[in-house]
Design a protein around this ligand. Structure first.
Ligand code: M6R
Length: 609
């Protein structure tokens, strides 16, 4: 991953570049740099560390100029350091590049260039591109870029400057995101919309293989053969405030609190006017086509994978379609048995996750129908799939996913109800009560969010633990996995989730006095079994915090603490039960002094394999 920005216009480039990079820091934050045309030369300034380090470095000496590019890095090739920070240049600094992705054949290219006398300054794969530009430049910047693109393999968004042609920036992409923001007498380039939304809502979403020449007054797009491409303007329908913290201390907390709205927005237009049924007429599949589906694969990574695990329960139990859930990086290499009666549902907040995108392509290659559930309009996954259902969570900036998860759940539940009705596997009254229940969820979450003092206390009490265990059965198990991931990624507590019944097959050996165990007990059909498992850990002196349904008067007897969530249908309960887990992780991370929005070693969207 990494965040890229570019500016060309009449104003000073540096303020936009630095501000835009701050909006993209979620994509990487181990070093940062900018390159600006200053008095006829390209001046590069970069350093290891967060963007703030670069800002401090430049505080009294900001590069001056109206054309520039910038980059915030998540290291792949070459450790975080000043030298490995982008932008990269050839030896005389005439060709400068920022890159998001991986140049897979860089070693071969680099060896050949070194033999020709090129001197490399960094250990990155990206630097090779600047040297290739120099080696192949024949007085025509566009043609040189095309030549270089024919040589490199891998995934990339690339933005180039050439000292000989100072009135243009060239950019291109393959398997990594890139947008161009259209202004008046100025244009902007970025990896993602938050970087440009304060300047313009009019954008071109770049497709793979497109090469754009951007000047202050024009954007000209062509393919590698020189065929001009006419782009449609994509109007972004959210505003700059959506990408700001809005008074919250962290994006993660803001996004947790945005869940009621995100869920309402995601349901809007997908319930019939009489409020009784789910309506997915936005999908142009006929009822027969849905009825033909005899197997579903749900493929995703991380939190989206955990949402997919719940999707399995929804589709199997409500629509009676067998479901396999796969981690995308496994699915793409495991030769799954797929035919045209299979539906592969690809779940991805960003719509850009490299493994998930590759899994989607693999499913298509094997003949599956494909449906993407994603939050980012026009993302690679949205464009590649046969059908798209958008979650309307709004921009999710914090690395830890929260509102994207709950909106993914609600979409899968609604789809399962919809397919269940088409296949007549779901009785009408059950469908109706689920739809009524769905509509109540945003308000129930709102109530939960108003009562979080107890969670803050637990986070202080147990936030310094080394380990934590999460237990649950059935749907609760899937939620437990998500709770443990949240805890791991932002608080660095070693947190593991187990199917509660599995504990005695090994994990029980890890339960010692005082270790916190978060036990989910919201599923009536397995409640007694879960209580037995709770007793097993209590007998080993664990401290048990239960997540239970309001009105459960007996659970208090078995556990140390209880967090109650509103009573709801079993399929809706995960939407509520995950809230305390998100908040527990958040406040535990605060207790430990962790950087909640930018956890170590991670970045928001994983666009490399
Ligand atoms: O954008 P995606 O949903 O494809 O991202 C998948 C994972 O990288 C993501 O969910 C990750 O696990 C989150 N940081 C978890 O909070």
């Amino acid at each position: 991953m990494c965040g890229i920005v570019g500016y060309i216009g009449e104003k000073q480039a540096a303020p936009f570049l630095l501000d835009g990079m701050s909006k993209l820091e979620y994509r990487g934050y181990d070093s940062a740099g900018i390159a600006i045309f200053e008095r006829g030369k390209i001046r590069i300034e970069k350093c290891v560390g967060r963007l703030d380090a670069l800002k401090q470095k430049l505080a009294s000496n900001l590069p001056e100029g109206t054309v520039g590019i910038g980059h915030t890095r998540w290291a792949t090739h070459g450790r975080p350091s000043d030298r490995n920070a982008h932008p990269h240049a050839n030896s005389n600094g005439d060709f400068v590049v920022v890159h998001n992705g991986i140049i897979e054949n860089y070693l071969v290219l680099k060896e050949a260039l070194v033999e020709k006398g090129h001197q490399f300054l960094s250990e990155t794969d990206s630097e090779v591109v600047a040297h290739l530009l120099e080696e192949n430049y024949d007085g025509d910047f566009e043609e040189t870029v095309k030549k270089v693109l024919r040589m490199i393999e891998g995934s990339y968004s690339l933005v180039f400057l050439c000292a000989q042609e100072p009135n243009k920036i060239i950019c291109t992409k393959k398997d990594n995101p890139l947008v161009i923001g259209l202004g008046q007498g100025e244009n902007f380039i970025a990896s993602d919309i938050p970087a440009i939304i304060a300047k313009t809502r009019r954008t071109y979403i770049m497709n793979d293989g497109e090469i754009a020449t951007v000047t202050k007054d024009s954007v000209w797009v062509q393919d590698i053969n020189g065929t001009p491409i006419s782009k449609k303007v994509f109007e972004v329908n959210w505003n700059a405030e959506a990408a700001e913290k809005g008074g919250f201390e962290h994006f993660m907390l803001k996004e947790i609190y945005e869940q009621p709205k995100a869920l309402r927005d995601t349901m809007t237009g997908r319930v019939t006017k009489d409020g009784k049924r789910i309506d997915f007429s936005e999908l142009n599949w006929t009822a027969e086509e849905f009825a033909d589906i005899n197997k579903i694969f749900i493929v995703a990574c991380g939190t989206s994978y955990h949402a997919g695990m719940l999707g399995k329960y929804y589709f199997e139990q409500l629509a009676r379609v067998p479901v396999e859930v796969d981690i995308a990086s496994e699915f793409r290499y495991r030769s799954p048995i797929i035919d045209s009666n299979c539906l592969t549902i690809i779940v991805s907040q960003s719509g850009e996750t490299s493994d998930t995108l590759a899994a989607l392509k693999e499913a298509r290659r094997l003949g599956s129908r494909t449906l993407a559930i994603t939050n980012v309009v026009g993302s690679s996954i949205a464009r590649e799939a046969d059908q798209v259902v958008y979650t309307y969570a709004g921009p999710e900036i914090a690395v830890a996913s929260t509102k994207a998860y709950t909106t993914q759940l609600i979409v899968m539940l609604m789809l399962a109800i919809y397919v269940g009705e088409i296949k007549a596997t779901l009785p009408e009254e059950k469908a109706l009560s689920l739809v009524q229940g769905l509509k109540a969820v945003p308000e129930q979450i709102h109530t939960l969010l108003e009562n979080i003092e107890q969670l803050k206390v637990f986070a202080t009490q147990y936030g310094n633990s080394q380990d934590a265990f999460y237990l649950g059965r059935s749907l609760d198990y899937a939620v437990a996995l998500e709770g443990a991931l949240k805890m791991k990624e932002i608080s660095y507590i070693h947190a593991e989730a187990y199917a509660a019944g599995e504990l005695k097959h090994g994990t029980l050996a890890l339960i010692v006095e005082g270790v916190p165990v978060i036990a989910l007990a919201t599923q009536d059909d397995v409640y007694d079994k879960t209580i037995s498992n709770i007793q097993e850990v209590k007998a080993r002196d664990a401290v048990v915090i239960a997540i239970a349904l309001e009105g459960d008067d007996s659970i208090g007897k078995y556990v140390d603490h209880v967090i109650f969530v509103p009573r709801a249908d079993k399929y809706l309960t995960p939407l509520l039960a995950v809230l305390p887990l998100q908040l527990l992780a958040y406040y535990a991370a605060l207790t430990r002094g962790c950087d909640v929005d930018k956890p170590r070693n991670l970045a928001k969207s994983v666009t490399v394999e």
